[in-house]
Design a protein around this ligand. Sequence first.
Ligand SMILES: C[S@@+](CC[C@H](N)C(=O)[O-])C[C@H]1O[C@@H](n2cnc3c(N)ncnc32)[C@H](O)[C@@H]1O
Length: 469
Amino acid sequence: MRKKTDKIVFENVEVLDAGAKGVSVAKAPDGKVIFIPNVVPGDVIDIQTFKKRKAYYEGKAIAFHKLSEDRIEPICEHFGACGGCKWQNMNYDKQLFYKNQEVYNNLKRIGKIELPEFEPILGSKEQFFYRNKMEFSFSNARWLTDDEIKSDAELVRENGLGFHIPKMWDKILDIKKCFLQPDPSNEIRNAIREFATANNMEFFNPREQSGFLRTLMIRTASTGELMIVIQFFKEDVAKRELLLNFLLEKFPNVTSLQYLINGKANDTIYDQEVICYHGRDHIIEEMEGLKFSINAKSFYQTNPEQAYELYKITRDFAGLTGEELVYDLYTGTGTIAQFVAKKAKKVIGVEAVPEAIADAKINAERNNITNCDFFVGDMKNVFNDEFIAQHGQPDIIITDPPRDGMHKDVVEQILKIAPKRVVYVSCNSATQARDLALMDEMYKVIRVRPVDMFPQTHHVENVVLLEKK
Ligand SMILES: C[S@@+](CC[C@H](N)C(=O)[O-])C[C@H]1O[C@@H](n2cnc3c(N)ncnc32)[C@H](O)[C@@H]1O
């Protein structure tokens, strides 16, 4: 009998589809599905499996017999080792095709609901350098790639500053050039690595929990403003100031230079005090004349140009006349709420994270918006009968939940108050489909438009308009 881990080789198999999580799909001779990374539908390959489950295999390509016509040469030297841009080897039209298909299949198969014809998926104008926020980790022993290990070059375990290898919390791939964030992102990261190494600053060792330099976050904005946040594992005033002053000298236009000292086991900054070393503690982003303040901990959509497109579609789907009371559920820092405010009578935003709501209020004030109110709390607790009685029966609900979708109590509450329209923005069409199915008895899906916020990845956003039947 074959063990779960037995390796099997399937020869001359055509890759048929690109699936969720960025892996492609083929069929084994026994009818089971095989998931394979870094290949493109249309490739004909030999596959070696490394995992066997009841319904599927996981494998990797060990030989190529034919290359797909949809392949393109990845532009990034780190492609394959870095998990960031899994679809960089597929042309962008095909990426959009598979994203659209993923949304359609989820709404059809999981939602099992009647669907209108989809409006064409909206591709991103920028297919590279579209992110406004990147986080890099320091490691005192950078990850060596398969190619490096196979090469004749002498290998030394040296400092690295880059991304975690997928599914490996303690392995960091050193990044020379990343194509996701505009300059000066690469320049800053590379300058820090070089300067810190030359000045004997210890890079972090996550297993031993030792070292000095831990993480680097860079935030950019369409206004040209720039934020750099360095996370140290321990305090060393002389070395810390040496590095921060070096950055000030090298990047004098930095709007916000901040740091924190975090000696905890994990490197999340959300429960830490972030200290402003130079400039402001925030940068300003702008959208359609609205200004949004972004601090080290703020959430802001990471592809701002495409977020503008997403919000325009959301506002269009909402069909506002200026007379409506709108609820913006899962409002984050209140960006959608403020974006639709001038076309609505009033907007109520609800969100779980108190800091995000504090930002929302500050931003609304800065933008002279007086018809938005924001409230903090877990949606399933806050969005109740009492809340509706206090703030009014919404005409339209805009909802933009996290990947898990809406809690069933939230869906039930929407059905109970039955606004005439619901605009459902989602970054996970599988949970969106589940929620739409729950709303099917009362609401009809009128419009659907997927939006690509993250070129080179399998992620896709989807906007759905529901109207009362
Ligand atoms: C996809 S984001 C939407 C952000 C916002 N609409 C925007 O465009 O910037 C989802 C938001 O839901 C919030 N959230 C997650 N779980 C929540 C809950 N149980 N109750 C209320 N808000 C929640 C998150 O903090 C996050 O801000």
